[in-house]
Design a protein around this ligand. Structure first.
Ligand SMILES: Cc1ncc(COP(=O)(O)O)c(C=O)c1O
Length: 376
């Protein structure tokens, strides 16, 4: 019997000091000092007693605008990128509308689409090049299409979009007057990343976050960017009328200001960890990496040929080895039973724990599967 995801999280949080947390694409490599100093100063000043400026700290808005360049539009702060995704779908979609999306994908966005009465029209991308292409988007567009969901780099596969493909997809959005929802949560991990807003500024809503690049997932800060007309439509659905968390804003400002000094090392270590994982997977029969190298800080390990289920791998790794990876079923209705996903912006010691646990886990579960007496 496999454990439901909520139980796995309860267990992992209860044992968090002992867990190698490879399950949520969080980033454990950012130098803590500047962020902690900024949060401590905000605490000392008891900034938490009053509301923040509702529109956000102007210095933070400025830092975000600089980070993205002017073409992405005006930054708007929300409680994590998740809230920005919710607001955007809510504001721009209605019953019967269709959204071109992929499978695998970050499926909470598909749920938000469905809450509007709209329908995610998924393109199966679990085969090379493991991402959307402009041609496949064009094929999928129909009379009811309202939006294209472009997650770049893509959670869970780690695939990223070459600049020319972003341009071509942006042209489809522009020509057919579709909203292009460009979720760039992982863009700092990707070489030569291109923003869709550069090519379709009027149609693009850019979703950003400081959870992953800046290692601030627990503080819940992100947002969106769009041209004023589109932004106004979306902002009507803002629930944070009184602003987002002051401590999170202080941390994000410190992180963005110092990012040029540390992001190179974060990405270097993340890639080195990815290479170590590739070497481990290469030694385990029946397992493979559909996408390598990842352009993000996560990837998928296909385990279909092992005869072992992703849920069993998640359970065994977590409970026996204290290594938390995720079963794929929450990321793909079609292929979720084939893979586990793990993230690796972690200290190398966490990756070594994976290196020990993964081969043992597959071996143990494989043996258990073949030893189980068959019932008639
Ligand atoms: C593609 C994608 N978008 C958005 C988010 C949400 O991030 P946040 O922590 O900013 O809500 C995630 C989190 O995993 C993600 O993978």
């Amino acid at each position: 019997m496999s454990t439901p995801a909520s139980d796995a999280f309860r267990y992992a949080h209860a044992h968090r000091d002992e867990i190698a947390w490879l399950s949520q694409n969080t980033n454990h490599l950012v130098p803590p000092e500047p962020i902690q100093a900024a949060v401590e100063a905000a605490l000392r000043d008891r900034r938490y007693q009053g509301y923040p400026l509702a529109t956000g700290d102007p210095e933070l808005l400025d830092a975000i605008a600089k980070d993205f360049g002017s073409r992405a539009g005006t930054p708007f702060l929300t409680g994590g990128g998740t809230e920005a995704l919710y607001m955007t779908t809510r504001a721009l979609l209605g019953p019967g509308d269709e959204v071109i999306a992929s499978d695998p994908s970050y499926l909470i966005i598909h749920r938000f689409i469905e809450l509007c009465g709209a329908v995610p029209k998924t393109v199966d991308i679990y085969a090379p090049p493991y991402r959307l292409t402009a041609d496949r988007v064009k094929e999928a567009v129909g009379p009811r299409t309202k939006m294209i969901l472009l997650i770049d780099p893509l959670n869970p596969l780690g695939s990223g979009y070459p600049r020319e493909e972003v341009r071509a997809i942006a042209e489809v959005a522009h020509d057919r007057r579709l909203v292009l929802l460009n979720d760039v949560t992982y863009r700092d991990f990707s070489d030569g990343h291109a923003l869709a807003a550069e090519f379709a500024p009027e149609e693009t809503v850019t979703i950003w976050s400081v959870s992953k690049n800046c290692g601030l997932a627990g503080l819940r800060l992100g947002g969106l960017m769009a041209r004023p007309e589109l932004l106004q439509k979306i902002a009507r659905f803002n629930t944070n009328d009184l602003g987002v968390n002051v401590l999170a804003q202080a941390a994000a400002l410190a992180a963005l200001r110092t990012k040029p000094g540390w992001i190179g090392e974060v990405v270097r270590q993340t890639r080195a960890n990815g290479a170590r994982i590739r070497d481990v997977v290469a030694q385990v029969p029946g397992t493979s990496l559909p996408v390598y190298p990842s352009r993000a800080n996560m990837m998928v390990i296909d385990i279909a040929s092992t005869g072992v289920t992703p849920d069993a791998v998640q359970d065994e790794m977590l409970h026996r080895h204290g290594v938390f990876v995720r079963a794929g079923n929450y990321l793909s209705p079609t292929h979720g039973k084939q893979f586990v996903r793990l993230s690796f912006s972690n200290p190398p010691a966490d990756i070594e724990r994976f290196a020990t646990a993964f081969p043992l886990t597959i071996e143990t579960l494989r043996r258990a599967a073949t030893a189980t007496p068959r019932t008639a």
